[in-house]
Design a protein around this ligand. Sequence first.
Ligand code: LLP
Length: 421
Amino acid sequence: MTQSGRGFERNDQGSATFGGVELQRLLAKSRCSTPVYFYDLSGIESQVRSLSEAFGSASHLIAYAVKANSSASVIRTITEAGAGVDAVSGGELMLARHLGVPSRKIVLSGVAKRDDEIDLALAEDLLALQCESVGELSRVAERAKLQGTRARVSIRINPSVEIDSHSHIATGHDAAKFGTALRDLPVAFSLIAERSTHLSLVGMSTHVGSMLKKPNAYLDSARAVCVCARDALTQGHHLEYVDFGGGFGIDYGDGPAAPPAQFATQALALLNEEGLGNLKLVVEPGRSLVGAFGILVSKVIQEKSSGQRRWLMIDAGMNDLLRPALYQASHRIEDIDVPPGTTEYQVVGPVCESTDDFGPHSFSRIPSYVVLRDAGVYAFTMASEYNARPLPAEVFVKGGVIVHENPSPGVNAWVESRLRA
Ligand code: LLP
């Protein structure tokens, strides 16, 4: 059972359901073959709405981190519920604009924006370009001068806060490449003042990292943003917003996480305590809005035993879902038809790499199909075609009905693309 909405559940007979419908029925109706991602758009929508409600009448923007899941159906679902977008590349920005997301509901983040990406952001007149260093502020001023415009910028600070998460997804500590160091802020402020014809400081922002299960570290980094925002106001900059970033965690089977609404309520309270309640509060969630509402369905190819070892080989690999290989992340893997049992198998994919291994999972029999749970984010967006494996298919479900399908491009398209190289 997911915290709100539906996603993956089991019915009274023990078979898997998705978005309230038997998964086997959805599979039979779909024209996509495995490996295939399913997304529950209704679940995603209710998740966004419950986060929005937590802000009440306070001025706010939920800037959905598109890198988490960039399918049009998902972005539309989220933005039609009132959210905007946090983009980290020109491509993500273009996609959001194609989907009709208003410019002033988009921020462009990213640690090393290219000149063409800066130019695009300036032409689109976004809520802000979130700058991550003094050097970048100066480059943005130059580009704005060339375009004869004034850039709306925020300074993304590195709050110097450690979080309890995998080291690869912690971004707000001293050794991270992200953000402007606090000691560089005076120089950043004077640069903006000097180049005020081409730079206007409208926000202060941060993103401390991902998979935060409790709000503590989030609030610590938010407090650092507030201190910097007050400095900026004292120096006469006309700030419009503070952005505390994303990073709200989800339960991958290892224990519950505080719901996004709890982060929002506490962030708002902090903003008021800090005397900044007149500013807009921006948050940048990705994972928490979509993660639990996506699954990857895979067919079992065969089992293999050797001595005490038992492997279950499935047709999804690390190219389809990279998180276990990259972060030692664990996704629950279950038989579609029956609940987990007690016989442990090492579940592995077909890719010729030892890290193509989804870890040990327990079954009551050899399944025909398995579901890899909580695969809504950083899953399809991180997929590759390694080993000549075409990108996986995607199926979008709303109100228990398939509303859209994006089949895999297939192996012939892959061969053709390589023949052109
Ligand atoms: N804002 C910025 C500037 C970010 O860099 C990120 C994520 C987010 C917002 C959204 O964070 P979220 O709410 O989704 O935690 N591939 C990793 C996660 C990398 C996160 C990168 N930045 C994973 O699979 O766990």
